[in-house]
Ligand binder design. Structure first.
Ligand code: NAD
Ligand code: USQ
Length: 400
């Protein structure tokens, strides 16, 4: 299939592009590389050295013999987006291209505005382009488990049957997002659902949990194909951060009492889930929601697992409960359905299957690239202001 991967230079987008290309799809990466600009803003770098977008695509063409296209541009630029869809006529679009760090959206007003503007308007442009140029195209959109929040009932996959005053309906599951970023995802979901209703677009909203890991079979094939590995306080996801912290003898930064529970998945399962969604498209007019994670853990359970894995490698690690910079529920109920991707054929990589050892080894291997100054959190959910380091968003939207 001809597949556009929007955000194909990012942490999930790059290995997905390689995976889809390896599976024989005709992949075109679309990215404005704003994420690399944000690295500079945060004075942070990926733990693993990553090649430029041009060089990594060139490397993939050499290594695989596959063609892979690249389009450099911004989803906020309608001229760019409309030209892109008209020229390429994709059968599927995988949309990763959003500002995805909850802490980034909570830095201050500028970062909140940047996040919601970038994500919601970019997604809206994609919807209009599909309707105008490729109405049969399947949109596979990355949402997040955080759209649901942590309700005191089981979380369903997108929809819940409700009986109210003697009448029944199947309605979108209630949303209780926990950051300006997560709110942008909720708005995206409603915009997509609405576009499916009015235009008959086909869409799959993948409510993904927290991703860990960095390596896939394709990224291992050449050093120039390496994926990014964020560990700093804003973009680093918790398990990757804990491995790096253990490697440098920094206490594992458990926020609050560590009872916060979320759904997690290995990056190798992210790429497979996308492939499954692309190859099994939604019907015309269908708005489908899959919960994309494989296991649930509390933060404290993850810290204990990393301490054990580090110990096996002779590295002594410990955790420290630090003041939580976020506003989160503790000791809450969490039980989310996640059967639809399994039904399509997902065979999960579980955390107990040995990945932690290899992640720890990567953290140790690149130990001299770890900057201790970017490990501790400085973005405070409660004040709407960063305490240090972070100053400006990539661009103040000029169209507001
Ligand atoms: P990332 O920041 O590494 O990648 C996003 C990519 O999109 C970057 O390369 C960036 O340059 C690009 N981009 C952003 N705005 C753009 C725009 N306006 N035009 C063109 N390109 C743009 O993020 P990621 O971790 O790969 O996440 C990808 C998607 O998956 C996001 O939508 C995120 O919300 C979702 N997700 C990620 C995780 C996770 O743990 N990483 C978990 C759940 C959901
Ligand atoms: N946490 C710690 N210590 C740390 C870092 C995080 O205790 O050093 C805790 C957080 O407080 C939170 C949990 O770990 O309870 C997960 O935090 P995270 O930073 O790993 O992930 P999160 O902010 O939830 O965001 C990530 C991605 C985002 C995606 C989301 C999926 O960055 O794009 O949407 O995971 S979900 O959490 O399901 O919404």
């Amino acid at each position: 299939m001809k597949v556009l991967v929007l955000g194909g230079d990012g942490y999930c987008g790059w290995p997905t592009s390689l995976h889809l290309s390896d599976a024989g799809h005709d992949v075109v990466i679309v990215d404005n590389c704003v994420r690399r600009q944000i690295d500079a803003e945060l004075s942070a770098e990926s733990l693993t050295p990553i090649a430029s977008l041009k060089d990594r695509v060139k490397a993939w063409r050499e290594v695989s013999g596959q063609q892979m296209g690249v389009e450099f541009g911004d989803l906020l630029d309608w001229e760019f987006v409309s030209d892109l869809f008209e020229r390429h006529q994709p059968e599927a679009v995988v949309h990763f291209a959003e500002q995805r760090a909850a802490p980034y959206s909570m830095i201050d007003r500028r970062h909140a505005v940047y996040t919601q503007h970038n994500n919601i308007i970019g997604n809206l442009n994609v919807l209009f382009a599909i309707n105008e140029y490729v109405p049969d195209c399947h949109l596979v959109k990355l949402g997040t488990m955080g759209e649901y929040g942590q309700p005191n009932i089981d979380i369903e996959e997108g929809f819940i049957e409700i009986e109210h005053k003697g009448r029944k309906d199947v309605l979108p599951f209630p949303k209780q997002p926990g950051s300006w970023y997560h709110l942008s995802k909720v708005h995206d979901s409603y915009n997509i659902h609405f576009a499916c209703k009015i235009w008959g677009i086909r869409a799959t909203d993948l409510n993904q949990g927290v991703v860990y890991g960095t390596v896939t079979p394709q990224t291992e094939r050449d050093p120039r194909l390496a994926n990014r590995f964020d560990y700093e306080e804003v973009f680093g996801t918790v398990l990757n951060r804990f491995c790096v912290q253990a490697a440098i003898g920094h206490p594992l930064t458990v926020y609050g009492n560590g009872s916060q529970t979320r759904g997690y998945l290995d990056i190798r399962d992210t790429v497979r889930c996308i492939e499954l969604a692309v190859e099994n498209p939604a019907e015309r007019g269908e708005f489908r929601v899959f919960n994309q994670f494989t296991e649930e853990f509390s933060v404290r359970q993850l810290a204990d697992l990393v301490i054990d894995a580090a110990g096996k490698l002779g590295v002594e690690a410990r955790l420290e409960e630090i003041e939580n910079p976020r506003v989160e529920k503790y000791d809450h109920y969490y039980n989310a359905a996640h059967t639809k991707l399994l039904d399509l054929g997902l065979e999960p990589h579980y955390l107990g299957d040995g990945l932690l050892d290899s992640l720890m080894n990567i953290a140790i291997q690149y130990g001299d690239r770890i900057d201790r100054d970017v490990v501790m959190p400085s973005v405070d959910w409660r004040t709407g202001k960063a305490r240090q380091r972070i100053h400006k968003a990539p661009a103040e939207p000029s169209t507001l």
